[in-house]
Design a protein around this ligand. Structure first.
Ligand code: SF4
Ligand code: SF4
Length: 317
């Protein structure tokens, strides 16, 4: 059997990916917007983004022989209330994607299996690169081009059936594959996400100043949050889901039965005080094999301190 788009999609589904689409390895307008976004300083301390900007703007700099970009989507939604539905400010808010196993590890194993299968089907002439989030590829731009959905005003990729609780990953390859039709914007006149953001991080629709985003402040930044933003961080200790939770396309988002994404007990809406009371050793043990490691022990401790201060300011001990 030769390597066809249909065969790749079948194998991707067998390996546990919920969505698979193919985009041509072309220059997309969104890739140029990214360069502008960096130039405006919105990436803050995420210097690795600026360092890889040239590659991100042109996928042939990542793999010179690239002809197609295979984009995979994996639903990680689980059957738990949204953070905006939790009334108790004493419950730690942890981003939905980070409560189970580290998606980098889980999905890379599946991507490697897909590439191995592709090599079997195409032979040794196959050249491919697989990335989960950390590669120099603008996955979201290619996801829209590959028909997985559209980029919402909240800057997330939204699928009309599955919503936006999706991990994106890509395989670049040197095979001319039949491409899918791009996804169409279905945000319409809605502005719910822009209005709901606790820190007013959206400069305009589709443009987020990461320096104000709670996900950046609690995960990426190595500096303390600006004092004026601290109260708005509330009980968020790792990431933020607010602009996705209010999105009508997530109202009936299906949940994934995949054991990998089910919340670990330590991160399943734990009391803030319980997390804050963990010793450094206990905290390190809890985040083993979890995406929460990315914040680093100091970052996590800093976020817990902020959340505890916010809790105290609301009259909770
Ligand atoms: S993740 Fe939270 S802080 Fe960041 S833009 Fe969305 S709502 Fe705002
Ligand atoms: S909340 Fe509304 S504007 Fe924001 S991403 Fe969802 S549909 Fe688009």
């Amino acid at each position: 059997m030769g390597l066809t788009s249909a065969a790749i999609k079948g194998e991707a589904s067998r390996l546990g990916f919920d969505l698979c689409g193919i985009a041509p390895a072309a220059n997309l307008p969104d890739l140029q917007h990214f360069t502008e976004w960096i130039a405006r300083g919105y990436a803050g301390e995420m210097h690795y983004l600026a360092r890889t900007a040239a590659k991100r703007a042109d996928v042939t700099r990542v793999l010179p022989s690239v002809r197609s970009v295979i984009v995979l989507g994996t639903l990680y939604n689980v059957d738990r209330p949204y953070s905006t539905e939790l009334l108790d400010p004493g419950v730690a808010r942890i981003a939905r994607y980070a409560r189970g196993d580290d998606y980098h590890d889980v999905l890379k194993t599946r991507l490697d299996a897909l590439v191995a299968w592709m090599t079997g089907a195409h032979g040794a002439a196959l050249e491919a690169r697989a990335y989960v989030d950390t590669g120099p590829v603008q996955e979201r731009a290619f996801a829209q081009q590959a028909g997985l959905g559209w980029t919402g005003k909240n800057t997330c990729l939204i699928n009309p059936v599955l919503g936006s609780w999706l991990f994106l990953s890509v395989v670049l390859c040197n095979v001319d594959l039949t491409a899918d039709e791009p996804g169409l914007d279905r945000c319409g006149t809605c502005t719910l996400c822009l209005e709901a953001c606790p820190t007013a991080a959206f400069v305009e629709p589709w443009v987020m100043d990461a320096r104000r985003c709670i996900a950046y402040l609690t995960i990426e930044s190595r500096s303390p949050a600006p004092p004026d933003l601290e109260p708005a961080i509330g009980s968020h200790v790792f990431g933020c889901d607010v602009c996705q939770e209010v999105c009508p396309w997530n109202d009936r988002a299906p949940v994934s039965p995949d054991p990998a994404w089910q919340p670990r007990a330590a991160f399943d809406h734990p009391p803030l005080a319980t997390l804050a009371a963990l010793t450094p050793g206990q905290l390190e043990e809890a985040v083993k094999g979890s995406a929460i490691r990315r914040a680093g022990p100091d970052g996590l401790r800093r976020s817990l301190d902020v959340a505890m201060r916010n809790l105290a300011a609301r009259g909770h001990v």
